[in-house]
Structure formats: C-alpha cells, structure tokens
Write a protein that binds this ligand. Sequence first.
Ligand code: HEM
Ligand code: CU
Length: 574
Amino acid sequence: MALNRMFRTCPSSGLVFHEPAEKLMRWNAVAAVVSLLVGGILAIGVMLTRWQAVHLLPPDMFYQVLTAHGLNMLVFWIIFFEIAVLYFAASTLLRCRIATPGMAWAGFWLMVLGALVNNYSVLRGDSSVMFTSYAPMGAHPTFYLGLILFAVGALIACFVFFGTLVVAKAERTYQGSVPLVTFGAITAGIIAVFTIAAGAIILIPTFLWSVGLVAHIDSLMYRTVWWAFGHSSQQINVAAHVSVWYAVAAIVFGAKPMSEKVSRGAFLLYILFLQLASAHHLLTDPGLTSNWKIFNTSYAMYLAVLASMVHGLTVPGSIEVAQREKGYNQGLFEWLRKAPWGNPVFSSMFISLIGFGFLGGISGVMMGTEQLNLIIHNTVYVPGHFHATVVVGTTLAFMGLTYFLIPVMFRRELMFAGMAKWQPYVFGLGMAGVSLFLMGAGTLGVPRRHWDISFAGNPFPYEFPGAAWLMMGIAGVTGMIAIVGGAMYLLITVGSVFLGRKIQTPGFQHVRARDGVAPAPQPVAVAIAAHHPSIGVAGFVAPGTFALAMVFLVSFVLYYFINWKYLSTIWPLK
Ligand code: HEM
Ligand SMILES: [Cu+2]
C-alpha cells in the first residue's frame, strides 16, 4: 500500500505525479511512439505508391501496407497516447493516486498484445482488409481478435480513469469542480466507453464469422454499426486534442478559458450529438432513406460541429486575452505576432488548431452534406480530409504535448532543441500539403485506396486530367516532407527519453492519504484570473480572434457555395 502513496511535485510546472501513474503514462506514451514509428515507415510505402509517377509497391503489398498504416496510426498510436492523456487528466491534474494500478497494467499489456496480434494478422498477408474491414471482405480471425483484445485493454484503462476520479473526489484532492482539461478528458472517456461497446457489437460477431461460427454478416448492417464505432472514435480524438489545446493555452500563456460554462457546454454537445454524425459515412449507402440521412447529418450533426467551432474560438480567444493582459495589446494581431513561435509546445498546438479548423472542419461539413457527398465519395478527398483532422489536428497536438512532458514527466532535457523548433512546421505544413492536394485530386475524381490510377492494361481505360496526376505528385512530395517531420519528432523524443541529460528534481516522497498532496498552485487548472477591462479594441476583448473567425466564416461559405456550383456541373440531370 505504501507504494500507492508515492508522490512528487515537479518544481518547474507545479504538477503533482503519483509514481505508479507516472510509470503508466510513460509506458503508454512509449507504446504510442513505437506505433507511430511503424505507421510512419508504412506511410512511405503508401505515399510513394499513390504518387503515380513513382508507383512503388505491387498491388497486394500496397493494400497490406495501407491496412497496417491505418491501424497502427489511427488505432494504436492515437489510443495509447490517449490513455496517457486520460491518466494525466485524472491523476496528475487532480493530484490523486491512480486507482487500481494493477488493473491499469493488465489493460496496458492487453493493448500491447492486441496490437501485436493484429499486426501479425496483417503481416501474414491474408488480412489486407484495410482500416474499415468491411464484411463480406474477410480477414484472418487474429485480425478481429487483436482488435478485440486491444479494445478490452482500452476499456479497462477507461475504468481506471473513472475510478481515479472517484478516488480524487473521495479523498478530496481538489476543490470545486474538476478543471476544464479534466472535464474534456471525461467527455473523451464517456465517448470511449460508448465507442468500445459499438466496436464489440460489430467485431465480436465478425470474429465468430471468421472462425465459421456465424454464417453470414449483412454488409449494410456491418457498415452501419461499424461506423457507430468508427465515427465515435474520431470524436474521442477531437475531445482529447481539444483538451490538449486548453492545456497548452494554460501551460504556455497561463490562459484562462473565456467562459468555463460555454467550453464545458461545448464538450457536452460532443457526447449528445456525436452518434448522429456517424450517418455521414453512410450517405451513399442503399437501404437507408434520404430522410434518415438528412435528419442525422444536417439537423443534429451540426451541433457537434458547433461545439468544435466554440473550442476553435475560445482557445485562441483565451490566448489573445492572456497576451493582451501581458501588454501585447496593440492592434488586432500583436498578441499573435509576439506569441512564442519558436516553442514547439505552442506552435504544434496552434498549427493543429488552424489546420483542424480550416482544412479538416470546412471539408468535413462539405462532405457531410448529403448531396455534396456525391462529389467526393470514395475519392482521395476522404483521406485528404481526415489527415487534416487526425494528423494535423490530433497527432500534432499530441506531439506538442510531448515536448512539454519530456522535461516534466520523463525528467530529461530535450535533445536537438534547435530541431524541435522546426519540427511542428515541417510536419504540420507537410501534412497540410498532403491534405490539400489529396482533396484537390479527389475533387477531380481520383479514387481512394486505389493502386493504379493509370488503369494500365484495363479493359475499360479511363484518363484522369493531368491536374489530377500533378496533384497526386505534389501530395507525394509534401508527404515526404511530412515523413521527415515525423522522423524529426521520433528522433527528438526517443533521443531525449533514452539519452537526454537527466534533470535532477526532488524524487517521490511518501505522503499519507489523509494529508492530501502539497497544495502548490496548478498551472493547468488554475490560471491567471485578474481581469483588466482596459484590453482589446473597440469594446472587444479578443478582436483578433473575432477577425480570424470572420475569415473562417467567409472561407466556409465560399467553399460550400463553390461545391454546390460544382455539383450542378458534374451531375448531368436534365
Ligand atoms: C506521416 C505522414 C503520413 C502520410 C504521408 C500518410 C499518407 C497516407 C495516404 C496517401 C493515405 C491514402 C491511401 C489511399 O487511400 O490510397 C493514407 C491512409 C490513411 N492514413 Fe495516413 N499518412 C500519414 C500519417 C498518418 C497518421 C499520423 C494517421 C493517423 C493518426 C494516418 C491515418 C491514416 C488512415 C486511417 C488511412 C486510411 C487507411 C485505409 O483506407 O484503410 N496517417 N495515409
Ligand atoms: Cu465521421
């Protein structure tokens, strides 16, 4: 039991770490980074094959590599990291011991086992069913088994997270309501439980089908339930990376949310409306009525989008207010110009926010409109869109958080600090290029997951316009830039964690349960509160953010309009 009470306070950040929690966070983060490494190597194969002029891999290998790329990135990298974020938001931010560390380790090893089993199945060569694994396309039983084991492990981790919240409340380690970052993590955790339940409902029968115990899986039913799982899991990512944005705003600027109520309300919207949005993946499916599709995607889905727009406004808004209070109060954008652009914790977060909003958000709403969906359905536009959301958005936000955690949690100095300054730009801008040019090529009809757009030797040839080839080529070049950015991240993090100079800080100390933990102020939870009425321009406290929001709105409306116009030209109904 003594072990459960070992705490240390980080002298530079004031954060409080519980020893078993810290170890769990480290191991989850390391497993995440290893998955990112594997997925990143595979990304080279995917990208260099889709760059038609290079066309690296043969077809069977292309689909195999694509499957493993999608899973290692979007499942293993992201979820291992998210578990670390959940433990951080519960144990560290609430200064609380982690509940049942033994269970947490069981969950972790199940996740590791699941990831290994799933990768083994793809490596065998008979499970190249891609990320969505749509039935009746079948994989080896170990494919589904691996995912199920991983999901059970993640579910255990979610329960450890909720258990820790209960312990924090019972042992009164915090006052008032939980900090906003923890609140965001709670929404991510609740969504995760729903997501894993939906995953079990679809993957367990599919596993039984793969071993011959179930005779038939209906393909439409598969897609409908699979997306209850697939879409929701993306909402976990959004809730998690938005929480990271708030955390970074507090860490770097001491920024305080503009309105706690509004931000918390926006997180709640995710829980309430995310399921409906799953329908945007089924807009071209037969068997579902237009009424069902339109109701789900336009009347209710936009409330989840609204929530993201609220966060996209309040995070930079809170940074602007904090900067103006520090004296950067000139004109519209002094606060932004004087932001620490050389600090990778900040630049990652800001590029993540802009990329997620402008590229991922606008394209997502366009695609989620039933009629417009026809323009881009099953084209490379789709991976273009989601690389803006899960790579520029989620992945880059997580990268930024790592730069903060290396000195604070791993207690190592950052190696290659000069390179770290550039890394978010190389990765973020490279990936923004991939997103934009895949979306461009997709608008011209280039299919996704397609091995050869030259259709060489096909009985029914089709010529894509030269612009489509060019855009796939530029996506290839910017993709290689992003890979370099990813390699920089791996070099910096792995180098620092294993070889970086150790930072000497006070170690873990025994704290009796009743004592609670040292009442040092917590920068993430409690930020500057003083309000200066003298900041801002023309009665606005955050006019720069308002101006940015207007740019966003105009881009949004224009892009939406252009696509309706484009639809009318490619839909030859008279
Ligand atoms: C480092 C740079 C990366 C590059 C250059 C890259 C490139 C690509 C490309 C070109 C495709 C589309 C293939 C096609 O449809 O034919 C793809 C698919 C995919 N990527 Fe990435 N990617 C990168 C990183 C990531 C990351 C970080 C994630 C997730 C967090 C991710 C998740 C996915 C997923 C889920 C697919 C879909 C797989 C499928 O269709 O089954 N990628 N990637
Ligand atoms: Cu979705």
